[in-house]
Design a protein around this ligand. Sequence first.
Ligand code: PMP
Length: 497
Amino acid sequence: MRIPLDRSSQTPVYRQIQAFLAQQIENGVLPAGTRLPSSRTLASGLGVNRITVTSAYAELEALGLIYARQGSGYYVAPRSAGLTAEGPAHSAGGDWPLWQQELLSRTWVPAQRELDELFDTIADQSVITFGGGLGDKRFFPAEDFRKALHAVLRRDGVEALGYGERAGYLPLRTTIARILASQGVPATPEHVLITSGSQQALALVAQLFLRPGDVVLVESPTYPAAIDLFRSLDVRLLGVPVDEQGMQVELVEDALRTARPRLVYTIPTFHNPTGTCLSGQRRRQLIALVDRYNTPLLEDDFVGDLRYEGRDQPALKALDPGGRVVYMGTFSKMLIPGLRVGFLVAEGPLYAGLLAYKRVTDLATSSLIQRALESYITVGRYQSHLRRAVALYRQRRDAMQRALQNHFPPGAQWTVPQGGLFFWVRLPGELSANDLFPVAIDEGVAFTPGSYFFPGARVQPYMRLNFAMLAPELIEEGIRRLSRAVDRCLGGVRMPG
Ligand code: PMP
């Protein structure tokens, strides 16, 4: 195979190989099932190091464009619904200026965009969807928030309309520090940095720590927008498998020693997508490990306080001996996602570095929204909102558990989550969730296919079901429909259970 390489280019050679092969795959020159040359053969043909080729293959695999068959090498992956790496702009490629066409050859397509497109195809309003990542929007305190906004404008006038403090509105930072303290996370207002959603918190940490080619250790599966973000920065993801107790921390030491990641990103409490909660013992082990290997750890606590049963686990930040852990939280799940208010907790030079990136990214998070949030969210109000949310979502979790138990075919596997928003279901018979999706839509139900959550996106027998957004009757009906879809895919018709 001949691949044109420009050795004087700023683009690393492995990236050039990756881009060339990706283009050939996307153009259909290399159709699905084609066996790629072994890394040894290709490397010697191109006169490059073998590691250069294996890195290119690893990236292509992570993009879901190729897959490895044990002992037999790499093959071009089949295109499956929702997993195409092609964007709408491709069709009009020829008319764009050259520099725009160069952009088209970049293979990175956000999984988030694919997911949006997948859900945009659902025209039928009667489809019951378990696909979202939020709580119930009827639970957002819209009227209270309207009053808070008006009250703040009346109270603060033009003061509320300036940029405000770059680190965030101090009274809000104070409230957040108090809420965190009530949950055992030590924080003072000076260590809290307000961000535009916790997605920006993630981006700031990534910008501060990561450079192209770096390795980030993540759970596998993990949050798709984190995968997208890391991929946009050309960093490599190393996935640690998750079991019922969360990330398999016993595998982390080896990864820290051999891959020397620049960052560990974890969602220890009610993990997205699996709903698992990292055990106390593993939490302590993980902290000890990142301490020993001098590696920063980002703790994403997006729904940590939505616990329905079981013992609270301390946040990793609460176990942190010496500023190893950067903590991020959000008001999106518990309150209102559209406020776009999240926060980071960090100390020392790290805090200063994050604040510097915050300044250059968007100067500051909306001062008006922060003030309104602060006037609404006293510690007491937050706790009472939380109590109501927990009571409501617990019922819905129980409804989904009952419905799965009553209707789902034998062989499907799931664990009842002790908190959070999601069930993570393994389909029976290695049925691919991507193949199930169109049949499920036909039956009038949608879910998020598991493939979007894996750093090396491939067809997966998993699906994520959100139980918090819908009333119990709809959950019951949705799971019935989903069970019918599974049965249809498995080719059997069971007697109704
Ligand atoms: N982390 C996780 C695990 C999430 O699921 C989300 C939202 N989907 C976020 C972070 C970011 O949320 P936001 O920017 O709205 O705070």
